[in-house]
Design a protein around this ligand. Structure first.
Ligand code: KMH
Ligand code: ZN
Length: 278
């Protein structure tokens, strides 16, 4: 099996700083988190940004500062959100793409999201995808529900996307597809030939789905965006969630990918290491 790519979704848009002392809020905290998580085994960081008071932002200057801070301290693949937070406009969600991160998410359909609706109609998807292409940003297709793969295939049939792609199954969001092994295997079986995939299990689904995915040859996303707890009642740090998956992978005999190995697997350009950049 190819080395396991561990992505850390360190921030997200839903967790508030009063829920945990471990949420990285400032660009400096994001850079420190990236360094700690790379040390623990992460090869990629999925980035949302917050203002100093913890509220969500798509401010380009804030993303620029976060990007610089991560780059100064680590080699991880930097993947921006284009999902943002519920209620953000498509233009807000796409704005940070002008910074040309290596990757960005593309959510492939509208879905209930708790009490809210995460709006991703086809025109919105086409617009975000076009902005990614304009800036040379590689998508990661976010699949929250069974119909989302069909939407991605439709974009491909329109010539806007070509398979294979890297796909992330986000399973267990209230209102979307449950985080079960059965749902994961169904989705993996539905993928176009040659795709790479990871799973982000929400809440208590995170650890079992991560374990199953790494045994199946998939990749794994963990982090506070998806799960606040290390164990029942015990708040997690991002780096220890990464370290636990890396340990399980080692026990199963599967090596954990360095950022350079992850770039090779995903077909991304290599870049000089942080040590060289500094
Ligand atoms: N915050 C969620 C509504 C993404 O980053 O691409 C959407 C989200 C997806 O987090
Ligand atoms: Zn996200």
């Amino acid at each position: 099996m190819e080395p396991l790519i561990i992505t850390v979704a360190a921030v997200g848009a839903e967790i508030t700083p009063d829920q945990t002392p471990h949420l990285p809020v400032t660009p400096e905290q994001l850079g420190e988190t990236a360094a700690l998580c790379q040390e623990a085994g992460a090869a990629m960081i999925h980035v949302h940004c917050r203002n100093d008071d913890g509220t969500n932002t798509s401010d380009v200057a804030r993303f620029e500062a976060a990007y610089a801070s991560i780059r100064a301290r680590s080699d991880v693949i930097v993947q921006f959100t284009t999902g943002g937070a519920i209620g953000m406009s498509a233009a807000e969600r796409a704005a940070p793409l002008r910074l040309q991160p290596e990757m960005a998410t593309l959510t492939c359909g509208t879905v209930n999201f708790g009490d809210g609706v995460f709006q991703n109609d086809l025109p919105l998807m086409r617009g975000i995808l076009a902005t990614m292409q304009e800036h040379g940003v590689r998508p990661e297709l976010e699949i929250f529900d069974a119909g989302h793969l069909a939407n991605a295939k439709r974009l491909a049939s329109e010539g806007l996307l070509s398979f294979p792609q890297h796909v992330d199954f986000v399973l267990g969001v209230p209102g979307a597809l449950d985080g079960t092994v059965r749902n994961l295997t169904f989705l993996v079986d539905s993928l176009p030939e040659g795709c790479t995939w990871s799973v982000a299990g929400i809440g208590r689904a995170q650890l079992p789905l991560a374990t199953v995915a790494l045994a199946m040859g998939g990749h794994v996303r963990v982090g506070l965006e998806d799960n606040l707890y290390y164990s029942k009642g015990r708040l997690a740090r991002n780096d220890e969630l990464v370290a636990r998956v890396a340990r399980i992978s080692a026990e199963l005999g599967r090596p954990v990918a360095t950022p350079a190995q992850a770039r090779q697997t995903l077909g991304l350009a290599q870049r000089p290491s942080a040590a060289l950049v500094r």
